[in-house]
Design a protein around this ligand. Structure first.
Ligand code: KG4
Ligand code: ZN
Length: 377
């Protein structure tokens, strides 16, 4: 049977969804009967990584290319949106070309183009969206819009299709700290989120206070290995008995006061501190954040009776967090299964975009060519 032309799949808008989604699902079912793998090109430009990947059937990673901009943002101690956007414009074409070459496929082997369209820096997102729309139009492939946070969650499910439900998912990144009830890759219910600084943001800001290079998270983790996590008692904000929300700005401020004095009039003592003292601050800060993340995840898991805990996002690369979450899952009665994103797919990448897009593809959930970026998600 010849392949159904991809342009038959219709983009959906709110008003048309009832008509187009069942039709698209029927077209996809006919195509699935051919038993060819579904190859999706994923594109990710929501913050400071330009990434493209080809994933077959949602799990087989055929290529993954990530152009990091860390060097460009390092001297500013954080991501500068204008610089990020310009770098995406320079990188997007070579990154997509390389992803297609590494996958060893041509445009005719692709079934869809997926792109992260929210949340993120709008002027960064538009670069990936423009590339995806252009390819979708030129190559006649359906366009799939992906929520970046939901994609982070999907990277925790890369190794496992069938989850023992219900599952609770913690996404910890530079911009977000969110807890979800996850019933499938497309069925997520937000349980709690950050009220101020996200966990990764707190890592990055504390790294700046400790005069460590950007991005702060991996550097805090590195020096914390030589520190005593019990040396300093920083706050462990739990926000009341039942809260599933997070607040890390107080922990960050406590580190600042520790280094500069309560009135902030003193010198930053960092320059005169020993390596051991700085390592103790890093380890104690990391312990405070990790403790809150694990306790809140347990609270959410207890509340919904979760059998599985999913962990994803840049901060999920942190070894102390992975170990503490694993211990919590093992100690739970009955024990819970923990699924965590493989380290290369914790920080921003396009594998997670292409992987999640497979489920939207199967459900016939396509985006219009008018797709726009949204900073919120
Ligand atoms: O998911 P991600 O790549 O980008 C966003 O969607 O924000 O996450 C980046 C964040 C940064 O704040 C970075 O410092 C943090 O993840 N991060 C870490 C580690 N690796 C990256 N935080 C703690 N420990 C790590 N090993
Ligand atoms: Zn991210």
């Amino acid at each position: 049977m010849s392949k159904a032309p991809a342009f038959l799949c219709l983009p959906y808008t709110r008003g048309q969804a009832a008509l187009t989604e069942p039709l698209n699902a029927a077209i996809i079912a006919v195509m699935a009967a051919e038993q060819k793998p579904v190859n999706i090109l994923g594109i990710e430009t929501s913050c400071d990584e330009t990434a493209a990947a080809v994933v077959a059937d949602g799990r087989q990673i055929r290529s993954s290319v990530v152009a990091s901009q860390n060097k460009l943002h390092e001297k500013y101690g954080g991501v500068v949106p204008e610089i990020a956007s310009r770098a995406h414009i320079e990188n997007i074409y070579p990154v997509i070309t390389e992803a297609m070459a590494q996958a060893g496929i041509g445009k005719d082997d692709l079934d869809a183009i997926a792109v992260a369209s929210q949340p993120g820096l709008t002027i960064a997102l538009v670069v990936g969206i423009t590339a995806a729309k252009t390819l979708s139009f030129m190559w006649g492939k359906p366009l799939i819009a992906i929520n970046h946070l939901h994609a982070h969650l999907q990277s925790a499910m890369l190794s496992e299709e069938r989850l023992e439900l219900p599952a609770v998912a913690l996404i910890v990144s530079g911009g977000h700290t969110s807890l979800y009830e996850a019933n499938s890759p497309l069925d997520l219910r937000l349980l709690g989120s950050t009220m101020d600084d996200a966990a990764g943001e707190a890592f990055d800001k504390v790294a700046t206070i400790l005069k460590l290079p950007y991005p702060g998270g991996p550097n805090i983790e590195r020096i914390a290995r030589n520190g005593n996590p019990k040396a300093i008692r920083f706050p462990h904000p739990m926000l009341g008995r039942d809260s599933l929300d997070f607040s890390f700005s107080g922990v960050k401020t406590a580190v600042l006061y520790y280094c500069r004095g309560q009135d902030m009039k003193g010198e930053n003592r960092i320059d005169s501190m020993s390596e051991q003292e700085i390592a103790d601050i890093a380890a104690s800060f990391q312990a405070a954040v990790t403790d809150v993340l694990v306790k809140k995840t347990k609270r959410a898991a207890d509340k919904i009776g979760a059998r599985t805990v999913l962990l994803g996002g840049g901060v999920a690369a942190n070894g102390a967090l992975r170990e503490a979450m694993q211990r919590m899952c093992e100690k739970s009665r009955p024990p819970r299964r923990m699924l965590v994103a493989p380290k290369p797919y914790c920080t921003d990448n396009a594998v997670m975009v292409a992987s999640l897009a497979y489920y939207k593809y199967k459900a016939g959930l396509f985006a219009p060519l008018m797709l726009e970026a949204s900073a919120n998600g």
